[in-house]
Design a protein around this ligand. Sequence first.
Ligand code: SAH
Length: 468
Amino acid sequence: MEQVKIPGKNEVVPITIEDIGADGEGIGKVHGFTLFVKDAVVGDELLVKVMKTKKTYGYARIEQIVTPSPYRVNPRCEIASKCGGCQIQQLSYEEQLRYKQNKVLNCLKRIGGIENPPMEPIVGMENPYYYRNKAQFPVGKRTDGEVVIGFYAGRTHSIIDTAKCHIGDESTEPLIACIRNFLKQENISIYDEESHQGLVRHILLRVGFTTKELMICVVINGKELPASDKLIKQILACPNLPKDFRVTSICLNKNTKKTNVILGEEIIPLYGPTYITDYIGDIKYQISPLSFYQVNPVQTKKLYELALDYTDLTGNELVWDLYCGIGTISLFLAQKAKMVYGVEIIPQAIEDAKSNAKLNDINNAEFFVGAAEEVLPKQYQLSGGKIYADVIVVDPPRKGCDESLLETIVAMEPKRIVYVSCDPATLARDLKYLIEHGYDLKKVRPVDQFPHSVHVESVTLLTRRNEL
Ligand code: SAH
C-alpha cells in the first residue's frame, strides 16, 4: 500500500477528481491523502493548492485545470464560484441529475439499510434556469459609502454587488436597479450588521409565475421608510420588466432584532395587498412575504402531481397532510379526497391555508396548528385510537419526522404513506423505521427542485404490508 503523505499548506499538487461530496465539492487523492476541492468535477485532472489539512483529509482550491472532465461545462453565471447560492453550476445538467439520483439511492442503501431501493428516474427540468419565484437580497454599504445589493459570498456575509442571477427571475435585475437608484437618490440609511444601526436590511422579491404578479418587500430596522411615496412611483414606472409582469404589492417588513433571520413578523403595506396570487395546477394561493411557498413552481407542480398519484385517491379517503405549510399539498389532494386534515407548526401558515381553502371554495379541508409529533398523537389519544386515515402524507423539514410521530402513524395503520422529503439522509432513517414497523417501500422518485444546487427532493410511496 502506498504510504499516506500529508501535503503541506499552500503546496500545489496534481490530482484527479474521483468522487463528489455532499456539498458538491470534488474529491480526489494525493499520495493516499483525501482532498476536497471546491468547484471540481469528477474526471477533472487538476493542479490544486492545499488550503487546510486535518489528520485524514484536507481542503484545496483549483490552481489550474489541466484536463477538464467531459462532464464539466462553463457556468452561465460569472460569479458562480464565489456566490453561496449555487454549488454545481460547473457540472452538466445531465450529470447533476445523475448525481442527485445516486445521492438518494446511496442514502437509502447506507442509512436505510435497503438493499435494492425501488427507485424511479429523477424528474428533471427542461430548462433548468430562471426557475426561482423568490429572491432575498442583502443590502449593505461599501467602505466608500456606495450602496451594495446582491448575494452573500459562500459561507460569509460579504455581499457580491449584483442582482444578475441565472436561476432567479428575469424581473429581479430591473427591480433591484430601481430600488438601488431610490436608496442612493434619497440617501436612505443602510443597515450595518455590526453596529445594528441603519435602516434598510434586505429586499425580498416574489413573483407569481402564472399570474405575473410581482411583490417587493423592503426589510427595515425601523417602522417607516422615508420618501416611500417616491419608491412606489419609481417602482410602478420601472422599465425593462419582462412582458406582462407588473408590481401588484409593495410592502415593508419590520425587523428590528439583532439577528441573521431575514424577516421580522410585522408587515406594513405601502401599495396594493400584502400578498400576491399564484396557481399550482388549478389551485390558487395567496402568498405573503412570510409564507413558506415552494420556490420552483414548475417542479412543484410535478412534485405535487406525483404525490397525488402515489396517494391513489378515489374520492372516499380520509387524508392527513402533516407539515402542510400554507396547505399547498392539502388543497391539491382535497380535489380528489373525501376529507383532508392539515397540520403545521406556524400559526400564520395555517391562517393562509384556511384562507386559501376559502379562496378555492374547498370545504373538505381542515387545519390544525401545532407540531405534527404533538397534534397527531394527541388527537389519536383523545379519540381513543379511533381517528382514522386512509393515507398519510408527510413533508417535513430537513430534520425529518420525530420518532413519536412515526409511532402514531404506524398505530393508525393507514393503507398508504406518501413521504415528501427534502433530505435523503433523514428520509432513509425514517423509511427504515416504517419498513421495520409494517410498511413496504414501493417507489422512490427524486424530483429536482433546485437545479445547480446539491439539494434534492423526493416522493416516496409505502403501503401497509398486511393489506396485500
Ligand atoms: N407541504 C408544504 C410545506 C413543506 S415545508 C409545501 O409543500 O409547501 C415543511 C413545513 O413544516 C414548514 O411549513 C414548517 O413550518 C413545518 N414544520 C416544521 N416543523 C414542524 C413540526 N414539528 N410540525 C409541523 N410542522 C412543522
